[in-house]
Write a protein that binds this ligand. Sequence first.
Ligand code: NAP
Length: 749
Amino acid sequence: MSQPLFNKVAFIGLGLIGSSLARVIIAENLAKQIVASTRSVKTLEDAKALGIISEGYSNPVDAVKDSDLIVLALPVRATQKILETIQHHILPNAIITDVGSTKGNVVEAAHAVYGAELPIGFVPGHPIAGAEHTGVHAGKVDLFANHKVILTPLPTSAPWAVEKLIRLWQAAKAEVICMDVEKHDEVLAHTSHLPHLMAFNLVEQLANREDNLDIFRYAAGGFRDFSRIAASDPQMWHDIFFANKKAILNAVDGFEQQLAQIRHLIETEDSNALMGLLGHAQAARQHFNHMLAKKPLMEKNNVTQQFTIQPGPKSFQGKFSVPGDKSVSHRSIMFGAIAEGTTHVTGFLEGEDALATLQAFRDMGVNIEGPKNGEVTIHGVGMHGLKAPKGELYMGNSGTSMRLLSGMLSAQKFDSVMTGDASLSKRPMERIAKPLRQMGAQIQTTGERGTPPVSITGNQNLQGIHYDLPMASAQVKSGILLAGLWAQGETSVTEPEPTRDHSERMLRAFGYEVKTEGNRISLQGGGKLVGTNIQVPSDISSAAFFMVGAAITEGSDVTLEAVGINPTRTGVIEILKQMGADLSVENERIAGGEPIADIRIKGSRTLKGIHMPEDQVPLAIDEFPALFIAAACAEGQTILTGAAELRVKESDRIQVMADGLKIMGIDCTPTDDGIIIEGKGKSGEWGAIFNGGEIESHHDHRIAMSFSMAGLRTSGEIKIVGTETVATSFPTFTQLSEQAGLNIQVSEA
Ligand code: NAP
């Protein structure tokens, strides 16, 4: 058996937090011995009876003797006295940590005892977790699970000590973050201390009214929610407010200013500005919802949602409107923001990716109303009206936002930094940074291997260039063209294969001239965009899952309404037709510069395997995961080549799909730029193709939705883990697929 992490752990203070950590240490077998010292003998006796400690001491000196980990889990104000008492009795390499809610004063207390040179094992910490009750009986082994723990290593802290504490808290299933002491106190002042102060204050304000009884009796849910935290321990908050005085006063000042602003807007009945403020706040809350959620969404090993699909009634029927096109939704906000005048958008995709773009422009001072039922109104600020964002621009999971904005931000007068979630942080950004640098942009990809964060120094002197795109990427093309709007002279791009031309079409719809001559696209810098109305077509990439679902299911009949059939996106239609699908494109029309149509697809004949045409690859790039499911159900072999791009999407889609297909009993071979899939279909037979099994989606929405469709031809249950990202592009996916006949259930892990 491996050695426990610690030999002897001493807790000084053993209430809610201390005893919870002690319970983790026991459960995970992290120490040979746990002892404690508390104020009262009763706590020590109780802790012994509960089996949490082997020995308890009234004198902390006795507890810390020979301990290699000392945890101060008592009120912060007692820190200095305890450190003075134990100072000369601890092992030279003992790790000393604490759990206090403020950090500046803990470090001050340590300096008061030790002088300038603190012990190398001293690493302050703060678990962001609590409960209504305190004391040794209130502790729980899972108190910290899925919560954050902040460590604030000091310049004197030894890396091995920090490393061991990280392992300790990770064993408690917490997410460990390291930051410096000042940052901790400032962040907590805003996110925890100010809200508590406001809650106490509001309850006090209402309690002082003469009619307070009535007010509390009739209090609405809003009051209950808002004031819940005012039931916390007054002594603790008293201590925290004094301990973090400077940062809290700053936060209170900010609050007062904001309050004065909203007061003024109400007093002067400034409807537009009030709507702008409320809408901005609401969107910010929604956008950061997943960050505020207790469980981090995108991190590996922290899967929060899964789909379970049972083999079930084999029918797939109905007429559906899938959500708006993601690419068009992104661009409607970007171009509306830099246009002159107002832009109205309908059919906007209210998924997290497009909302990330919307939030970014709000952060740059653009007043945007909505989205409400897919409608958004953008009050454009013109080509030179964007303002410096106050902080980093968070792009969530959206590669489109980050690459297109790289172009736009490179040409602004202000500096900016773009960050993203775990998945976006692994995606290549040098491919856009490189051509932008040739235009004079000062842009850095500060992650490892040319990945985010992307850091940009504002520069208003970009030069137009000609760029031969080494890869067929609409995002890189668009990023360059967007920088070109502000650049001197002509900016042009030649693409190896035609890619999505939504940027070109929409720029034209906004009155900006863009030339397309064969594979060469060009525009002149220095023009302007004029606000317009944009109807976002339904997303063919979302429709593709239903198209495949219908094509592989006997007797199915599905119509997808008002789907965008921009010729740069219709590869999936062409490929499914070549595979023999019974598919018709009906009622073709134009909306907002983009061609749309209803697509009807029936399950009337078995698909056949094909060598997928390489010229269709860029036109179906996002649809391959779904097409692989179709290929598995087809008769004969399907070969895909020329699709290396798939390896750098939200996940390595070739490998991840191959892994999943193999689990479900499909013979396939991934190659450098594609895959070979041995279809199991037989002409005229509609039985099960897949075995079922557990699929890891790698937080890739399209992987998750593709394997869901395999549920229409499975003999066993399919479990797909990590499906929360489906909301980024298709928030109504499970609802619509269930309506169509798929036996799908969503559960939180
Ligand atoms: P708790 O349940 O009240 O436990 C406090 C412990 O400290 C008790 O064992 C108490 O001894 C001991 N203690 C109190 N004053 C002492 C003194 N002067 N000398 C020696 N021991 C003393 O409190 P807690 O919730 O665990 O909080 C402990 C620390 O965690 C605090 O610094 C707090 O800021 C921090 N924290 C709390 C929360 C939360 O939500 N509760 C969250 C994050 C961090 P007796 O048992 O003998 O009274």
